[in-house]
Design a protein around this ligand. Structure first.
Ligand code: PEP
Ligand code: MG
Length: 901
């Protein structure tokens, strides 16, 4: 830790630089840099982020002791630059005190403006500015802000009344005016007296008059705001460590509220929504910083062009626009011209779109902040590609500037922003599959086509629901986690899904959904945001994705730097085709069970399950063979020239039989048996822990005929395609292996069948046999397993389930609490737990390659499409990652970034 705690800037000099963000925070570092490149910035100093950490440990008094002499020295420099004196009666310097962390946390922490005001300095300021109203307006703002931020006058909840707001309302009402700009000097003086009395009443203390006492109070309050609940929450969801701390920026005040030749605003060097290279922003005449964001007055546009566009949208006449809401370009042309030059300079210097804050004091421009602006996914892509074409950045930078997860926004429908204004959130579930969907409620899968666009609401989905899920626009389930049936299937389909929404009471029989204190019937409209998990009342307009040219170009660039392959998890021709369009280089996981979930296949599957002996099972399997062969042929055909990993049957058999009475009856009819037979079979299949039960290779080893049929179907399909001149590379994958012997038995069955099939057909295809690594024991004994397996595919869904001991299907009950309490940093089913599960992955790869140096390794758990997990996989030395079709572009980008880093 450095001993220097305070860094000054001003007048073209600075002790800090923009690359010192860790120590000075983003704002402080850039204020320093702006000074160095000749941008007008009010003088000031930054107290380091390390001091925040010290403060948290030692408290206010000791911190002040440590800082006192450095801050006094720094203040002297500011005084010299500004030719004013902090605490002086005649020529008082006022300062702003603002937070500023390493990364921006907009609105999360506190700010105090006009600090240094008291009953004496207000008079001096009024005299110097020749403007009483301005001085008293600044004073009342200071007492209010300081009272709220430092003295704790701000009510905890939004429902409670802010005492200052209440006084303000009373004064305005007594005078019969609406706006605070309509108050005169006497009103403002009256407000100051009343505000101070309120402080005394609530806190029991007089409002502090000594500027130094005010300053230390504000510095401590900014440090404290690092630990306020909303900052803690923001850090949690953005994964910002608490140890970082915030810096404090103390800066000479410049005033945007000095009259009609003053103002304050925010601006962007490019359009943050579309990415267009258009300078834009908003400002207010005669106002201070917080007014623009607080929404007390309608902000005006910075450019004339923007102003004309705004007026058209807001239906404001040209006369009103030009007189009441003129652009900065029209109202203060000189300051605008300077601002235009500064924004150009800053963007060229930082080589990224900048988000600026400025104040104009009596016609003179001052910059208060510059930072890389937040932007939509569309803008992210366009700005990087434009800057690359403009020669401002290189290809690597363009790729590294992309946030992979954000691309999702571009691949799915989104809600129309204008329509969101009035949206009412009923409940929030898990963001199981991204995108926005609006539709009429249905409660049964076979009724999904009842209305033109539907939302299918189920307690949970089951295999029988597949067709209905496909028809519905969105899927909502009350139970189930991120890897539940609904979630996995929906992601595969690229369909919006909110799962595990426990607050929703779904009654399929009564066809009702109760949520947010309301009850919805079949046919009522609701909307889902699968990216956030929010469930909304009513119909909300959506917009389809637009895969513009820039998107394609950035993906091509990413591929140039990417070193590992990206495959997809898909089992239907349609999903596989979508994935190919998104650039998938093969299939990493074809879950064959998903091919049995509907129509004739389900009937045959059930016939097999119902059989009491091998002979019966073989009869049913013989009927399944041609169906499977065709399915495999269709899937393989979408990936000609690419490898396709087909996994043999994995789930417990009870997933294929109906559990509801109605469905059991119809199944009995279908099969020509009594309901009791079905009931009995379903009971027999019951397991206490089906996820740890009779599934995976345990099925294939107890019913080898299933493996035989599937192996035959795969190889016959490959041979048929070969005969058509289409080369395929099937990789047959054995699931849920824990011991090498389990794998060996399955491998033998597959190889024997292959020999038979090749003999029968008089031709061969290349194929491989490998396994999933999804049981911890398999990872630990990977050296033995790799003597048999030609490839490993890490099934990190099950591996996470079994390493943590968290049920994939029930974790929704406690994970939200764990995340909130910080017991877990992330949902381990979404973000690979590198510390724990990651060790098993490393061990598995290392031991596997020890006995089989050419072992091919990939991942097919949901983590294969999550950027930080993809980066882990690249570093761990995998050959490929595999993910659902709509995450393929994200994985391509994340893999490229991992290679570049
Ligand atoms: C896994 O366990 O990670 C996996 C991909 O298999 P499934 O999700 O089908 O169990
Ligand atoms: Mg698995």
């Amino acid at each position: 830790m450095s001993n220097k705690r305070v860094y000054t800037f001003g007048n073209g000099k600075a002790e800090g630089r923009s690359d010192m963000k860790n120590l000075l925070g983003g704002k402080g570092a850039n204020l320093a840099e702006m000074n160095l490149i000749g941008v007008p910035v009010p003088a000031g100093f930054t107290i380091t982020t390390d001091t925040c950490t010290e403060y948290n440990e030692m408290g206010r008094e000791k911190m002040v002791g440590l800082l006192r002499s450095e801050v006094k020295e720094a203040m002297k420099k500011v005084e010299a630059t500004m030719n004013m004196e902090f605490g002086s009666k005649d020529n008082p310097l006022l300062v702003s005190v603002r937070s500023g962390a390493r990364v921006s946390m907009p609105g999360m922490m506190d700010t105090v403006l006009n600090l240094g005001m008291n009953d004496e300095s207000v008079l001096a300021i009024a005299k110097k500015a020749g403007n009483d109203r301005f001085a008293w307006d600044s004073y009342r703002r200071f007492v209010q802000m300081y009272g709220d931020v430092v003295l704790g006058m701000k009510p905890e909840s939004k429902e409670d009344i802010d005492p200052f707001e209440q006084i303000m309302d009373e004064v305005k009402e007594a005078k019969g005016v609406e706006n605070d700009t309509d108050l005169d000097v006497d009103d403002l003086k009256d407000l100051v007296v009343k505000f101070k009395a309120a402080v005394k009443k609530v806190t029991g203390h007089d409002f502090p008059v000594d500027p130094w006492e005010q300053l230390w109070g504000a510095v401590a309050a900014v440090f404290d705001s690092w630990m306020n609940p909303r900052a803690i929450y923001y850090r949690q969801i953005n994964q910002i460590p608490a140890e970082w701390g915030t810096a404090v920026n103390v800066q000479a005040m410049v005033f945007g509220n000095m009259g009609d030749n003053s103002g304050t605003g925010v601006a962007f060097t490019r359009d943050a929504a579309t990415g267009e290279n258009i300078f834009n922003g908003e400002y207010l005449i005669n106002a201070q910083g917080e007014d623009v964001v607080a929404g007390v007055r309608t902000p005006q546009q910075i450019t004339k062009e923007g102003s004309l566009r705004w007026a058209k949208l807001a239906k404001v006449s040209e006369e009103d626009r030009a007189t009441k809401f003129p652009s900065l370009e029209e109202a203060m042309p000189l300051a605008y011209a300077e601002l235009f030059d500064v924004q150009e300079k800053l963007e060229n210097y930082f080589k990224d779109m900048q988000d600026l804050e400025f104040t104009i004091q009596d016609g003179k421009l001052w910059m208060l902040q510059t930072r890389n602006g937040k932007r939509t996914a569309a803008a992210m892509v366009k700005i990087a590609m434009d800057m690359l074409r403009e020669g401002m950045i290189d290809e690597k930078t363009a790729v590294l500037r992309q946030e992979p997860n954000k691309l999702d926004e571009l691949l799915h429908p989104v809600f129309d922003m204008d329509a969101m204004v009035k949206a009412n959130v009923l409940a929030t579930g898990l963001p199981a599959s991204p995108g926005a969907a609006t539709g009429q409620l249905v409660f049964h899968a076979d009724e999904a086509g009842k209305f033109p666009v539907t939302i299918l609401a189920r307690i949970e989905t089951s295999p029988e629901d597949l067709e209905g899920m496909d028809i519905a626009r969105g899927i909502l389930t009350a139970r189930g986690g991120m890897t539940s049936h609904a979630a996995v299937v929906a992601r595969g389909m690229g369909k919006c899904c909110v799962s595990g929404a426990g607050e929703c009471k779904i009654d399929a029989k009564a066809r009702t959904l109760a949520a947010g204190g309301m009850t919805f019937k079949e046919g009522d409209w609701i909307s889902l945001n699968g990216s956030t998990g929010d469930i909304y009342e009513g119909k909300i307009a959506t917009k389809d994705p637009e895969l513009s040219g820039d998107f394609g170009e950035i993906m091509e660039l990413a591929d140039k730097f990417r070193k590992i392959d990206v495959r997809t998890n898909a089992e239907t021709e349609r999903d596989a085709k979508v994935a190919r369009e998104f650039g998938a280089q093969g299939i990493g996981l074809c879950r064959t069970e998903h091919m049995f979930f509907e129509g004739e296949r389900l009937v045959r599957m059930r016939e097999m399950i119902l059989s009491d002996d091998e002979a019966g099972r073989r009869i049913a399997l013989d009927k399944l063979l041609p169906i499977q062969r065709q399915d495999f042929k269709d899937v393989l055909n979408t990936m000609i020239g690419f490898p396709v990993t087909i996994r043999l049957l994995d789930p417990p058999l009870h997933e294929f039989v109906p559990h509801e009475k109605e469905n059991q009856e119809s199944m009995a009819k279908e099969m020509g048996v009594s309901v009791d037979v079905i009931k009995k079979k379903v009971e027999d299949l019951h397991e206490f822990n089906p996820m740890l039960g009779h599934r995976g290779c345990r099925l294939g080893n107890t019913y080898p005929e299933i493996t035989e049929m599937q192996a035959r179907a795969i190889l016959e399909a490959a041979l048929e395609l070969k005969a058509e001149g289409k080369p395929t590379f099937p990789e047959i994958m054995i699931p849920l292996v824990g011991t090498v012997k389990e794998l060996k038995m399955q491998e033998k069955i597959v190889r024997d069948i292959a020999d038979q099939v090749f003999k029968e057909k008089g031709d061969k295809v290349d194929y491989m046999v490998g396994t999933m690594i999804e049981i911890p024991r398999a990872a630990l004994t990977a050296d033995e397993i790799a003597e048999v397996a030609q490839f490993f595919s890490f099934g990190t869904n099950d591996l996470t389930q079994m390493t943590f001991g968290y049920s994939r299907d029930d974790a929704g009950k406690f994970l939200p609490v764990y995340l909130k309490q910080g017991i877990l940093k992330n949902d381990p089913f979404q973000v690979l737990d590198q510390e724990g599960v990651g060790q098993l992955v490393h061990t598995g790869i290392e031991r596997g390659r020890k006995t089989n140096p050419i072992l091919k390794v990939g991942i097919c758990g949901e983590h294969g499409g999550e950027p930080s997990s993809v980066e882990f996989c690249v570093k761990a030395g995998m050959n490929y990652v595999s993910c659902s079709p709509f995450r393929v572009p994200i994985a391509r980008l994340a893999a490229a970034q991992a290679s570049l880093r």
